[in-house]
Ligand binder design. Structure first.
Ligand code: C2E
Ligand code: MG
Ligand code: MG
Ligand code: MG
Length: 291
């Protein structure tokens, strides 16, 4: 009986394992093709300065228009791309596409918008990253100061000294550096002053709970004052409600990003949004300049 149960267990267990493995393999295979068939696309989400109510930049967010599965968000494929190393060519494509788009918007008179690009651990630990960024900036004509690189705490903590060296190189070029999802990692505050960053991005989990969790509210307030005491800019991500916005404003948060203003949208839509001032109208209602 025990043997039978064991056999049953195996029968029930293996097929699902196989299914998952097959699904992953298929996805990896599809990802390789997706590169050459340009199924990847960047969406853009505006970042708004609270002092002026103006859109001052945007974050580039990767999407995969899969021919069968539809539009996939990064949580479906980024970790797989990391594991297989595909993230390196994919990440290079993201950098180039994001900088080219931002430069095009500069040239078309939409303003000196800043573009924020997410980097994965493999990309960041690649010794040629500074040279790559340098050549992408040269190729696209985007000023280095208009590029912001988003890093996570865990990525920076993998090898602190190497991370600091790379960050210094990027800073020397004029590239801005931000810590994404700040507050969710395990880095100690003492490291913060060693990393040459310009911006902290308050993780959306804290922003989401502003109205109903006093601990999150305290975290948000603390991160804002910490940023300012260290001379850093601070952005709140995941802002969805007027109440969250009001609180962030009352604490002097510099910038906001979230569905309250806009979801990430395709380039053409982002451009349209800026051009027809639909966003400006939204801001008029949602964001009033401080003072
Ligand atoms: P992230 O960098 O922290 O990006 C913020 C995520 O929050 C995005 O999800 C964005 O769509 C979402 N978001 C923005 N505003 C709101 C809001 O008001 N409410 C809620 N609930 N969500 C909001 P997305 O686009 O699915 O990206 C998820 C993560 O994937 C990103 O988190 C980033 O870590 C990663 N990622 C995205 N693009 C790239 C890329 O080009 N390269 C790498 N390496 N990672 C990327
Ligand atoms: Mg990000
Ligand atoms: Mg984030
Ligand atoms: Mg994230």
């Amino acid at each position: 009986r025990a043997k039978e149960a064991g056999r049953n267990a195996v029968r029930f267990y293996l097929p699902s394992m196989n299914e998952r493995a097959v699904e992953r393999l298929a996805l990896v295979d599809a990802m390789r093709h997706a590169m050459s068939y340009s199924e990847f696309e960047l969406y853009y989400q505006p970042q708004i300065a609270l002092a002026t109510g103006e859109v001052i930049g945007m974050e580039a967010l990767l999407r995969w228009r899969h021919p069968q599965m539809g539009m996939l968000r990064p949580d479906r494929f980024i970790s797989l791309a990391e594991e297989t190393g595909l993230i390196v060519p994919l990440g290079t494509w993201v950098l180039r596409a994001a900088c080219a788009q931002a430069a095009a918007w500069h040239r078309s008179g939409l303003g000196e918008l800043r573009i924020a690009v997410n980097l994965s651990s493999r990309q960041f630990n690649d010794a040629s990253l500074p040279r790559l960024i340098e050549s992408v900036l040269l190729e696209t004509g985007l000023p280095a100061t208009s590029l912001e690189i988003e890093l996570t705490e865990s990525l920076m903590m993998e090898n602190v000294d190497a991370a600091i060296a790379t960050m210094r190189e990027l800073k020397a070029m004029g590239v801005q550096l931000s810590i994404d999802d700040f507050g969710t990692g395990y880095s100690s505050l003492s490291y913060l002053k060693r990393f040459p960053v310009d911006v902290l991005k308050i993780d959306q989990s804290f922003v989401r709970d502003i109205e109903n969790d006093t601990n999150s509210t305290a975290m948000v307030a603390a991160i804002i004052s910490l940023s300012h005491d260290l001379g850093l800019r601070v952005i709140a991500e995941g802002v969805e409600t007027e109440a969250q916005l009001a609180y962030l404003r009352s604490r002097g948060c510099d910038e906001v990003q979230g569905y309250l203003f806009s979801r990430p949208v395709p380039a053409r839509e982002f451009e349209q949004m800026l051009r027809d001032s639909r966003l400006a109208a939204l801001q008029g209602a949602a964001v009033r300049p401080i003072g």
